[in-house]
Design a protein around this ligand. Sequence first.
Ligand SMILES: *[C@@H]1O[C@H](CO)[C@@H](O)[C@H](O)[C@H]1NC(C)=O
Ligand SMILES: *[C@@H]1O[C@H](CO)[C@@H](O)[C@H](O)[C@H]1NC(C)=O
Length: 220
Amino acid sequence: MNIMNSTCYKGFMLLVFVGFFFIDFHLCNADPTDGFTQIPLSQKNFKLQKPYDKPLQQRYSYEDAIRSFWVYDKDKPFKPDSTTRPRTEVRVSGYDYSSGIWQFEGYAFVPNGTSGVTIVQIHGAAVGATSLQLRIYNGDMRYYKYNLVATNLYDKWFRVNIIHDVDKGKITVFIEGVKKFVVKDQGPGDLYFKCGVYAAPANSSNYMESRWKGIKLYRK
Ligand SMILES: *[C@@H]1O[C@H](CO)[C@@H](O)[C@H](O)[C@H]1NC(C)=O
Ligand SMILES: *[C@@H]1O[C@H](CO)[C@@H](O)[C@H](O)[C@H]1NC(C)=O
């Protein structure tokens, strides 16, 4: 009887221990996409922009599921009557949003030397053109030219997750699954995600490139 009780007790303690271990394990590994539903995207949901006077294949390639975007500092804007800086970008289209909770996910690669460029953004805002720009300057990622979001990103693939809670007016940026930056948004608008290369207003390298794979859209 004593032996039985002791065995039960040990078994119970083991269960408690295993239980805590799993709770802990789960919290440590909470994923930014937990609780979100993926929206299926097809090629028609990817709309490309590039310098208007260049054929697409001179600024973009799509091979082995990797989209490569590049642009030069002195390139033309995406349309002749635009005064914006040069870009080669893909817009996630068909799912513009103005409320709710949305999430962009992708794996990015920025080669050493690319600087002064937005690699992913949320286009649209109540006032102004964008709600978020994540720019690379000298291998570090910044919120526009301001807050440091992540460092030492050259020459490696890194996972990017951006959650936009429009109802709460909040944007959260994860790099490699780690929450790195939270910021108030710019109010509701016609909102959508873009990635690629869009030259910053100043301090751009002559050549700018980013590569993307696994681009996904989620909502809650
Ligand atoms: C980037 O290239 C420069 C110049 O070649 C070099 O000094 C630097 O160490 C490189 N940075 C990384 C992260 O590889
Ligand atoms: C450009 O870089 C210089 C030197 O790092 C810095 O002082 C300046 O603020 C930057 N300008 C912009 C618009 O980012």
